[in-house]
Design a protein around this ligand. Structure first.
Ligand SMILES: Nc1c(NC[C@H](O)[C@H](O)[C@H](O)CO)[nH]c(=O)[nH]c1=O
Ligand SMILES: CC(=O)[C@@H](O)COP(=O)(O)O
Length: 166
């Protein structure tokens, strides 16, 4: 159950047709990833969505895996989960920027993706953000994907309606 710490103010969308989500998680920090997954699964369940899950080595592989799934599978949306904690080198910037940019580009190409990849300075920041009873970023990422799915379906329906206008 999310607390006041979360920043998700929109009500979850309701669906009259089945929704299939794919969680793509990089369990670089397994305990953090498990909490993100729990939050995402809880939100998906509230919306009545079914969930599949795949794991990739790190955050950099998440957008690539989503791209593969978008080409080869039939999910309605994707939840990207992971945790990037700053180290000694500039690799942190590469991992954060390239994973988020890849996810954004896939979204602009039409994939409904919620991004729950934490980019933090230290483990303590990650823990409170991954905690479903804390900031619940995993749940928020699932909610974001669900909102985009609902939006795409609304416009698809409206477009069909326009198509039949005499
Ligand atoms: N340092 C973190 C990484 N690094 C690994 C990369 O994501 C990638 O798997 C590797 O460069 C091979 O392509 N990944 C995380 O998810 N979190 C980190 O903190
Ligand atoms: C975010 C990273 O890639 C980081 O964990 C790698 O650590 P380092 O920068 O110390 O090599």
């Amino acid at each position: 159950m999310a607390t006041a710490e979360t920043h998700y103010t929109l009500p979850l969308p309701r669906f009259d047709q089945p929704v299939k989500l794919l969680i793509v998680v990089a369990p670089y920090y397994r305990d953090i990833a498990d909490n993100l997954i729990a939050g995402a699964r809880a939100t998906a369940e509230k919306a009545g969505a079914t969930v599949d899950l795949i794991e990739v080595p790190g955050a950099l592989e998440v957008p690539t895996a989503i791209g593969i799934a978008a080409r080869m599978a039939d999910y309605d949306g994707y939840v990207a989960l992971g945790c990037v904690i700053r180290g000694e080198t500039t690799h942190y910037d590469t991992v954060c920027n390239d994973s988020s940019r890849g996810i954004t580009l896939l979204g602009l190409q039409g994939a409904c993706i919620g991004n729950g990849i934490l980019t933090v300075e230290n483990r303590a920041q990650a823990e409170v953000r991954a905690d479903p009873a804390g900031q619940d970023k995993g749940g928020g990422a699932a909610a974001a994907a669900l909102h985009l799915i609902a939006l795409s379906r609304t416009w698809a329906t409206a477009k069909k309606g326009i198509g039949f206008r005499a």
